[in-house]
Design a protein around this ligand. Structure first.
Ligand code: HEM
Length: 404
């Protein structure tokens, strides 16, 4: 263990390819105290699964952790009920979200296809312009021109954000998404959160006076066991949807396309057997997971792997490492679009399992399938891909491709 270098998910090598580093820690120090992150980190599949299931000792509620440290003080500010909580507080909030999101997502396929076709029309035009301009080498950026606008347009559709508000909505959500890494926050992240909160508050207040089927109306009008969310809780929920659903889906499409473009034979298999798309997207979720680290706070003292976790400690589950654990996945570092079974943890597990999993699967399946069908010659451009220097989320800043 002493021969291990410092665990550093922000190092240049780790940003490029974190999996060799994960392998070393999974084998040698599966419950690791990282001085750099001031957190415990677990790497093995079984440990990450246990981490997700242990609501009792590992809390999702940061305010609880803070209160714990200030034992003896009283909480003067009444807290909002949000998904960042533990059962039983979490139960009504999550039940209301599931009841509202589920039916909207079930019927959303055609709407998503529409958004994708429009974005791909624009990508086709951008390609024609890029071919004419020598300095662009005929290349377009799949992130800025396709992966980035797709999920935020779908979320705006779900919330029925009026057309005129969309540029501002997208700008604020951009700032929110870019600030998601708590270890690498963009300076405008809190401004973005503030702006989007103010925007949602005004939207919620307007929706009170009207009828509709969008997610905001549904969140306001749905109850669980006689309880409803108040306006500020609906604002927090809408913000959580942008926070949880934008950058992650961008990363799934971006990381996934990069993986496919680096494996031309697998890409060819997908083109010749389009029905592979469902298992292909599961494999892309596993192979280069959009969210790499999920955090909890210990609310009890306990022993784990012969180490002592103390109440108040931060604990991180490393999804990327769990999803490459050879104890569960055969040849884990190979991309295998037909992999079955594929019990990856990319959407988490248990109480907080991602409520947007089905939506992002619908988006990613349609995005990848339509992209390779409409542009069968798609290949990597000469400009190398650029990774974002983030560790909680793993994604690309730029992915240059040629489509002609
Ligand atoms: C590829 C895309 C996505 C990935 C990889 C992903 C990943 C995750 C993970 C790992 C969790 C569990 C967090 C935890 O245990 O603390 C989670 C929770 C969550 N996700 Fe997603 N997500 C994705 C897309 C979405 C979308 C599209 C939405 C909304 C439209 C969304 C909204 C949320 C929310 C609100 C939570 C919190 C749920 C709770 O605490 O009960 N996510 N997501």
């Amino acid at each position: 263990m002493s021969s291990l270098p410092v665990f550093d998910p922000f190092g240049v090598e780790a940003i490029d390819d974190p999996y060799p580093q994960y392998r070393r820690w999974r084998e040698a120090d599966p419950l690791h105290w990282s001085e750099k992150l001031r957190s415990w980190v677990v790497f093995r599949y079984d440990d990450v699964a246990a981490f997700f299931r242990d609501d009792r000792r590992l809390s999702s509620d940061r305010s609880k952790a803070a209160r714990f440290k200030r034992r003896g003080t009283t909480d003067a500010i009444p807290s909002l009920r949000t998904v960042a909580s533990d059962p039983p507080d979490h139960t009504p909030v999550r039940a209301i979200l599931n009841a509202c999101l589920g039916p909207r997502v079930r019927g959303i396929g055609a709407q998503v296809d529409n958004v994708i076709e429009r974005l791909l029309d624009r990508l086709g035009e951008a390609t024609r312009r890029a071919v004419e301009q020598v300095d662009l080498r005929g290349e377009v950026d799949l992130i800025a021109d396709f992966a980035y606008p797709l999920p935020i347009t779908v979320i705006a559709d779900l919330l029925d954000v009026p057309e005129g508000d969309r540029p501002q909505f997208q700008a604020s959500s951009h700032a929110v998404a870019r600030g998601m890494d708590r270890f690498f926050s963009a300076p405008d992240a809190s401004r973005g959160l503030h702006e989007i909160g103010a925007y949602f508050l005004q939207l919620v207040q307007q929706r009170h006076g009207s009828a509709g089927d969008d997610l905001v109306h549904r969140l306001l009008g749905t109850d669980y066991d006689g309880q409803r969310l108040n306006d500020l809780e609906v604002v927090a929920m809408c913000t959580a949807l942008v926070f949880g659903g934008h950058e992650t889906t961008v990363n799934l499409i971006g990381n996934g396309m990069l993986a496919l473009l680096r494996e031309p034979q697998q890409l060819q298999d997908l083109k010749s057997t389009p029905t592979l798309i469902d298992s292909a997207v599961e494999e892309l979720l596993r192979y280069d997971s959009p969210a790499q680290l999920i955090s909890r706070c210990a609310v009890d003292d306990f022993e784990w792997h012969d180490k002592r976790i103390v109440a108040g400690d931060s604990v991180l589950g490393c999804l990327g490492a769990a999803n490459h654990d050879p104890a569960v996945f055969e040849r884990p570092d190979d991309l295998n679009l037909s992999r079955a079974p594929n019990p990856h943890l990319a959407f988490g597990l248990g109480t907080h399992f991602c409520p947007g999993a089905q939506l992002s699967r619908i988006e990613a399946r349609a995005a990848v399938a339509t992209l390779v069908r409409r542009f069968p010659k798609i290949r990597l451009g000469r400009t190398p891909p650029v990774r974002r220097p983030t560790a909680v989320l793993r994604g690309l800043e730029r992915l240059s491709v040629r489509l002609d």
